[in-house]
Structures are given as C-alpha cells and as structure tokens.
Design a protein around this ligand. Sequence first.
Ligand SMILES: N[C@@H](CCC(=O)N[C@@H](CS)C(=O)NCC(=O)O)C(=O)O
Length: 214
Amino acid sequence: MSASLYSYYRSSAAYRVRIALNLKGLSADLVPVHLRHGEQRGDAYRALNPAGLVPWFQDDRVAMAQSLAIIEYIEEVHHAPALLPAGLANRAYAREIALTIACDIHPIGNLRVLDKLSADYGATPEGRAAWNRYWMAAGFAAIEARLARTAGRFAVGDAPTLADICIVPQVYNARRFGLDLAPYPILAAVDAAARELPAFIAAAPENQSDFQEG
Ligand SMILES: N[C@@H](CCC(=O)N[C@@H](CS)C(=O)NCC(=O)O)C(=O)O
C-alpha cells in the first residue's frame, strides 16, 4: 500500500493516525502542513481537504479526512493487530473513550476555535490556555471514571486500543496547556504505559520531521 498522511507534528488528530499506522506496522509518506503558518487554509491544501484541517489520508483506494474514520478504514483493511479489544462491552467502552476525546474535548480546544476566541472575544494566551484546561478537565473526569472500570495496563485491558490512541495525544495537549493531571491517576498511568511502546514513541510530536521547539 502506498499511502500519504498530511500531518502536523503536534496535531493530536494526526498523532492518532500516526499511532494507528505504527501499531499496524504500516508506513505512509508524511506530508507536513504547517498549522501555525495557516497552510491548512491555503488553496492548495483546501483543494485536497475543503475542511482545512489535518489529518488528510490517501492511498490507492481512499482520499479522506477525520482521524477516527481513517483509523477505522485502516482497521478494516488490516485486521491485525486489532485496535479494538475483545468483547462487545469492551469494544463499546474503547469507542466511548475515543469519542469523549474526539467529540467532546478536542474540537473546542482546536486552533481555529482558540483563534476565534482571541479575535472576537479578546481571549489572551492565558485565557486560551484556561479555556482548554477547563474543557479537558471536564472530559478527563468522565474518562477517569470509565477507566476505573476498564483499565488494565492500558485503557481497556492489557493491550493498546483505539482508546489509548486517542488518550495519548490528548494528554500531550493537556501537558502543553498546563493541566494538572493529579486528579486523573489512572489516565496518567495508562498514558505513561502507552508512551513506552515503540509505535507511540515513533508517532510522538518530537519525533516528527516537522517538529519545532516551543
Ligand atoms: N475531527 C477531526 C479534527 C481535525 C482537526 O481539528 N485538526 C486540527 C489539528 S488537531 C487542525 O487541523 N486544526 C487547524 C485549525 O484549527 O486551523 C479529526 O479527528 O480528524
């Protein structure tokens, strides 16, 4: 499979897809899209993805956006190792955790939302960070309660799943915005365990070709 992933080193949605590809042992050409420079809003990129967001993934069959849909596609094409756990309930819980992050937490902390808060409502850099911390804390409290019932070494049992794929990038964001993780000890433990795995290490922002300090 020849594949390309349009990515930005600290895009948490692109980070999810990078982890999934690595867990499957797949490679894709990474095409950097510099979000801070606004490349995602340029005509060239919008011709690919009219939504103006990363990630964008393409191979010989699909050309598509939305990290979770991309991961589900990859899962359907390459079954092993499975990114969902065994057992109907556990698969539902892994999806629940993933969607809490992808639907309830991530979109309201996105760059374009923070930029709108600054442009139209005068949010300062500290105000933007406080906004992000507030919504992450709300979502993490719900996830911590779920993890109390599902976690083993990882979020749902003892193998990494879609839940961990979403948790690690979001906890990366939480650290970046200075959220205290002490109230979420299971989340912190699961994140730490996943970040020891080669697939997660290779996908980390600091290990991307477009990584920049600061
Ligand atoms: N729901 C989408 C979210 C994509 C998204 O919001 N990507 C962010 C980076 S994590 C982005 O491109 N932001 C650019 C901007 O806000 O201008 C997904 O899961 O792929």
